[in-house]
Design a binder for this molecule. Structure first.
Ligand code: ADP
Ligand code: MG
Ligand code: MG
Length: 213
């Protein structure tokens, strides 16, 4: 089972990089409206470094936690930008809950995502409504935990949470930014979703397809 779980984690890392590739121009465009335009390229550097580092660890026989922890470090090191540091934190928090042995429970996955949300808020100091990825990550984590607590299978719980993520990312268009670079260009960004919220929603939706495979 450990090997299968590590393989699923590696498939998730590959899917994240592919999803970013497909959306790189759109993410750059969204970030150019109130930010510095580098969200697509930053996410591309980070996600590809993560997939490469994960593949190296997986080939060496590492378990899920180690594969994801190596990917987290590579993402934070190579992406640059605020979102790179935050994505490193997200992957690192999930990694710890997965462990290297056996098959993690769905409660462990949900706990990892909740820890990731808490960690992003502690590090970045953004709160709900500040127009950042937090506006997607927190409701995603809460929906996932609630679904799991209600007895849903991981795939069903993740899919439900991913649908909430999409709606919440769209809803960031109405917000005024209060954190990050976009704060200085606040009014320009009204009508456009936050780039980091949008990329997070795209990624959790793509992961649904890996979990159901
Ligand atoms: P940078 O802003 O350094 O150029 P990116 O363009 O890659 O980095 O990422 C911008 C995204 O990062 C924003 O759209 C937002 O979602 C997220 N972000 C920025 N600052 C914070 C923060 N303090 N807390 C949470 N997310 C943040
Ligand atoms: Mg940027
Ligand atoms: Mg930047």
């Amino acid at each position: 089972a450990s090997r299968e779980v590590a393989a699923t984690v590696q498939a998730v890392l590959t899917t994240i990089a592919e999803t970013v590739d497909l959306n790189v121009e759109e993410l750059g465009r969204l970030d150019s409206i109130a930010g510095d335009g580098d969200h697509g390229i930053g996410m591309q550097r980070g996600s590809h470094a993560a997939a490469t580092a994960g593949a190296t660890a997986f080939s060496a026989g590492a378990g899920a936690e180690t594969v994801l922890a190596r990917a987290a470090d590579a993402w934070a090191d190579r992406a640059g930008g605020t979102s790179g540091a935050l994505w490193g934190l997200i992957l690192a928090q999930v990694a710890v809950r997965l462990g290297d042995e056996g098959r993690p429970s769905r409660e462990a996955v949900a706990a990892g995502v909740s820890a990731a949300a808490e960690s992003v808020m502690a590090y970045g100091k953004a709160e709900l409504g500040d127009k950042t990825m937090v506006d997607v990550l927190v409701p995603f984590a809460e929906t996932l935990s609630r679904q799991v607590d209600d007895g849903a299978a991981l795939i069903a719980a993740w899919s439900e949470a991913a649908a909430v993520a999409t709606a919440k990312a769209t809803a960031t268009a109405d917000l005024m930014p209060r954190m990050g670079r976009a704060r200085a260009h606040g009014k320009n960004s009204v009508g456009t979703p936050d780039p980091g919220a949008h990329s997070l929603a795209l990624i959790v939706n793509a992961i649904s397809t890996v979990l159901s495979a």
